[in-house]
Design a protein around this ligand. Structure first.
Ligand code: 13P
Length: 249
């Protein structure tokens, strides 16, 4: 059985009051053994969320990491710092980092390596733009992103990666990929992973992201190769996010 994961990416949102509200709500959600609720607050709140979760029912993620080790990189945060404050996951290659902050596939690959050195599981985001989808390029774009990010990993290291398919046109727009479209891309990603690492691909969780809400999550997550979700806007609503997380029971 593959691990099912619901991860909340708060992006540049949230504050101490929100943490005090959402953590107790999530602590009450029943989650089957092996599945995981992951929370990715902004950097300044990682330590307080880490202390607030206190149990192993919730896991902590960062939203990004430096591609280098500690040193003279003003404003950057290293993988070892993330491990030090209790992160067990870290998002890399989010389309907002790619589009707004110049993240390249080469940086994504380096960041995955830094995270693996400290035992943090990368959540590697891939996805096509609307223009690429309309040009029939979805599968090739996503395949190239996957290969450039994780193609250099051994099967063992690849087993310690989570993928997230996030079509750029579905992020924050209210438009969701249909469950069938999501399944098609997820199955393709799994095929690419199998070509890199064989049977290990069957054990890798592939999350869907892009306007997931409690009203559409169940149908998306019931697709064969959709192993949960990476949630933006709805992760900022304690009751909606709790309902999505309850699908992990
Ligand atoms: P939305 O759920 O707000 O569309 O965001 C998805 C996302 O980018 C999660 O990383």
């Amino acid at each position: 059985m593959r691990r099912k994961i619901v991860a909340g990416n708060w992006k540049m949102n949230g504050d101490s009051a929100f943490i005090a509200k959402i953590i107790p709500a999530l602590e009450n959600v029943a989650v089957a053994d092996g599945n995981a609720i992951v929370i990715a607050p902004p950097y300044p709140y990682l330590l307080s969320v880490s202390q607030a979760i206190g149990s192993n029912r919730l896991s902590l993620a960062a939203q990004d990491v430096a591609y280098t080790e500690n040193g003279a990189f003003t404003g950057a945060v290293s993988a070892s710092m993330l491990a030090d404050v209790g992160c067990s996951y870290c998002i890399v290659g989010h389309s907002e980092r790619r589009a707004l902050f110049g993240e390249t596939d080469a940086y994504v690959a380096l960041k995955i390596d830094r995270l693996h050195e400290v035992g943090i599981v990368p959540i590697v985001c891939v996805g096509e733009t609307l223009e690429q989808r309309e040009s029939g390029l979805t599968l090739s774009v996503v395949e190239q992103q996957v290969r450039l990010a994780v193609g250099h990993l051994s099967a063992d290291m690849l087993s310690r990666v989570v993928l997230a398919y996030e079509p750029v046109w579905a992020i924050g727009t209210g438009k969701t990929a249909s469950p069938q479209d999501a399944q098609e891309v997820h199955a393709h990603i799994r095929g690419v992973l199998a070509s890199i690492a064989g049977d290990v691909a069957e054990r890798i969780s592939i999350l869907y992201g892009g306007s997931v809400k409690s009203s559409n999550a169940s149908e998306l997550f019931s697709q064969k190769d959709v192993d949960g979700g990476l949630i933006g806007g709805a992760s900022l609503d304690a009751s909606d996010f709790s309902r999505i997380c309850s699908l992990l029971s």
